[in-house]
Design a protein around this ligand. Sequence first.
Ligand code: C5P
Length: 231
Amino acid sequence: MRINAVIVAAGEGKRMGAAAPKPLLALGGRPVILHTLAAFAASRAGKTVVVVPEQERPRFDMLLRASDLGRLEWTLQSGGVRRQDSVARGLELLDADCELVVVHDAVRPLVSAALIDRCIAAAGKDGAAVAGLPVADTIKIVSIDRRIEATPPRDSLWAIQTPQAFGVELLREAHRKAKLEAIEATDDAMLVERLGRKVVVVEGERRNIKITTPEDLALAEALLLQSSGKS
Ligand code: C5P
C-alpha cells in the first residue's frame, strides 16, 4: 500500500513569541522539525510533504537539504492561513497512487515511529484513525464570560493528538466538504466526522506533546534527556 505523509509546519507560532518558527527552534541541539522527520523516516510512511510558511521556505529548504534524513523522501509545500488550509495544500502533492495519508503536526517532535505505524495500521483497517489519550483532568465547557456551562463525563473524554491517518479519498472528500460548507476544524478527524464516517482512536503517547509555549519546549527537552538516559 502506498502511504504518504503530510507534516504541517506553517503556523505562525504567536504563543511561543520566538523569532524563528517553532519547527525551527532547537530541541536537544537540533531543530524540532528534524526530530519529527526522523520518526517518519523510521516509519512505514513513504513520501513526506512538509508544509511550511511561504516566506520561510528557503530556510526550511536549506535545512532539510543539509540534513541526513535517512531514506526519507520529502518535498516542500507552502502553507495556508489556517491549519486545515495547510493540510489541504499538502494533499495536493501526494503521489498519484497514494492510498493512505498520515497527517502530523511538525511541533510534535517526540512522536515515535511505532505510533505512526499503529495509526497507519488502524486506518488501513477502519479507514480513519487518530492517536489519543484519556484525559486526566476534569474538562468543562466554559462560556466567554468564564461561566461553567457543562461538565461532560470524564470517562468518555480523550485528548486527541496527531498522527491522524486516513484513506486518501476520504480525507480529500472531507476537505472538499469543509471548503464548500465553510466548516472550520482544528484537526482532520473533525472534518471526517462531519461526513458521518467512522474514525477510531489508537492509544497515543504521553511524550507526544505539542510544543506551543516555551514551557512545552522545556518539557520536551526534559523528555528527550530522559529517553537518552542522561538524567
Ligand atoms: O496552531 P495549531 O496548534 O493548530 O498548530 C498545529 C500545527 O499546525 C503546527 O505544526 C503548525 O505549524 C501547523 N499549522 C500550519 N498552518 C497553519 C496553522 C498551523 O501548518 N496555518
